[in-house]
Design a protein around this ligand. Structure first.
Ligand code: NAP
Length: 498
């Protein structure tokens, strides 16, 4: 049976790796999600046959956990709108970190228990052999004896003990940190500090958590372990609160990497290869994603974590002022129909409006009229990596019409019309020209270089960074005001009549 269990874990690990590989391209992503899901189901079901799982009560508990969590996840994933996806990722990621920390708590408390049991047995033996000895002295002697060879670390084994404690710290931090990220993205929390000198408090709590983590190796007191976990949870909270909402997607990706690491460590403590491999894969993929996102926003991770960009940016700049020149859907449709090349730049607003289907319909009409149409995607357009790719794939846009920023930027100069629908920060020329702007240095789509730019948005609302966009006031730009879906619908009906 053990061989079958180990082989199943191996197969699950292979499925995780292949699944992740397939997820790196929109063409194979759906397949990748299914493979990784099958791997997860396999790794979960095989638990029923694991030698350490015995007793009807345990089987019933596992079934209840799987049924409750599975039903909750199924319901919430079906219900969540595309724009609520980052919050959901944050919440589920927090659950992963919490689960890793819970495993660590069980492992460490087992170690404490066996420590307590060993002390008790030793006391009884000392009292039986030395009738004159006081109980207090026997307890002290037994403790001293146990502590020579045995601490929490040595009950788990020192190496496993270190990983269990590290996993517990990382898991608790990822748990509360992700919950804060969820609350901020969901608009339930706006605070950027809990107390004066928040960053100093963070350093203090972190240092205390490390000290209590180390102490768990030298004492069998459950109080120390409880304090250690409480400090880890508090540090996650303190760490995430000062970070502004705009930076939350990067932070979620970082917590995701940390959760992977915690799961990998706890997998080592449990001797579970599927957890070790899944955790390592998630840890490294999350780290790479965090780096990619930070690079696409031209920020260092330290700057994201400690500079508070997200909160300050909203108060930045009163804006260039001036007049935005309007255009009506009829004129925009005519302009596009007579163009030889049109580029569409989608952003967060397209996701909010769910305008992708209508935009694709409009594009097909243009193609029928002989216009070359391309989609340009910025790496951080929307609110999560791949956000726009997912929407366009959902609408049925062929992958060969979708271009990454590096591949299409040179083409804007030869483009007659660029339609910016619901994008703002990712097309803001201030990132190229204005050194004082908070988004200076962020690579952008050079839409301002095209002959005409049509910007679809509802009003004068700023982008996620809160920075005004000079593009909207440029001579070659026209604003097509309205909800993305309504505007796209009207572009379709106007283009059909031409
Ligand atoms: P954005 O800068 O947030 O701008 C979105 C625009 O859409 C707004 O100007 C808004 O203007 C418009 N809009 C909202 N609802 C609309 C609707 N129903 N119909 C039409 N327009 C609508 O979006 P972005 O250009 O995609 O930039 C993404 C931002 O998120 C960047 O700052 C990026 O750094 C940040 N970010 C992204 C990621 C990621 O992974 N994708 C990660 C971290 C941070 P109105 O209110 O006037 O309509």
């Amino acid at each position: 049976m053990d061989t079958i269990v180990q082989l199943s874990y191996f197969l699950a690990a292979v499925l995780f790796i292949l699944g992740l590989k397939a997820m790196s391209s929109p063409k194979t992503a759906r397949k990748g999600v299914i493979w990784a899901g099958v791997g997860m189901v396999l790794a979960t079901l095989v638990t029923f046959f694991h030698e350490s799982v015995t007793g009807v009560a345990n089987y019933i508990l596992i079934i209840i956990a799987i049924a409750a969590a599975g039903a909750g996840a199924w319901y919430s994933a079906k219900k969540v709108p595309m724009t609520g996806m980052p919050q959901m990722v944050a919440l589920y990621n927090g659950m992963g970190g919490g689960a890793a920390a819970a495993i660590a708590a069980v492992e460490i408390s087992h170690a404490l228990h066996s420590g307590g049991g060993a002390i008790k047995a030793k006391v009884e033996q000392l009292l039986a052999n030395n009738p004159d000895m006081s109980e207090k002295a026997a307890v002290a002697a037994a403790k001293a004896d146990i502590e020579v060879g045995g601490t929490v670390g040595s009950y788990l084994g020192t190496d496993v003990g270190i990983l269990a404690v590290l996993g517990a710290l990382i898991g608790t931090v990822a748990f509360t940190g992700s919950l804060v990220a969820w609350a901020k993205l969901d608009g339930r929390m706006q605070r950027n500090s809990l107390m004066p000198m928040q960053q100093y408090a963070n350093v203090l709590v972190f240092a205390l958590a490390i000290i209590f983590g180390i102490l768990t190796f030298f004492t069998t007191s459950p109080v120390v372990v409880v304090l250690f976990f409480a400090l880890g949870l508090l540090f996650g909270l303190f760490m995430a609160v000062p970070i502004g909402g705009a930076d939350m997607p990067v932070v979620i990706s970082l917590f995701n990497a940390l959760t992977g690491l915690a799961v990998g460590f706890e997998g080592y403590a449990l001797g579970n290869p599927a957890m070790i491999i899944a955790g390592t894969v998630v840890g490294s993929a999350g780290t790479l994603l965090t780096q990619l996102m930070a690079k696409a926003m031209n920020r260092s991770l330290a700057n994201v974590l400690f500079a508070g960009f997200g909160q300050g940016a909203a108060e930045q700049e009163a804006g260039p002022g001036g007049e935005m020149k309007e255009i009506q859907p009829e004129d925009a449709a005519i302009m596009c129909t007579y163009a030889s090349q049109v580029i569409i730049v989608p952003g967060y607003g397209m996701a909010v409006a769910q305008a992708q289907h209508k935009m694709w319909e409009f594009v097909q009409i243009l193609q029928d009229k002989g216009v070359t149409v391309k989609f340009a995607i910025h790496p951080v357009a929307g609110r999560m990596p791949g956000h726009m790719n997912v929407l366009l794939a959902e609408a049925g846009v062929p992958y060969d019409m979708i271009f990454d920023m590096e591949d299409i930027n040179a083409e804007f100069e030869q483009t007659d019309v660029t339609i910016v629908i619901g994008a703002n920060d990712v097309v803001n020329p201030a990132a190229r020209t204005d050194e004082s702007s908070p988004i200076y240095g962020m690579p952008i789509l050079d839409v301002d270089k095209s002959e005409n730019v049509i910007v679809v948005k509802r009003g004068r609302g700023a982008g996620f960074s809160g920075v005004e966009n000079k593009l909207f006031f440029a001579d070659n730009a026209r604003l097509l005001f309205g909800d993305g879906q309504k505007v796209a619908t009207s572009l379709v009906s106007n283009a059909k009549e031409l």
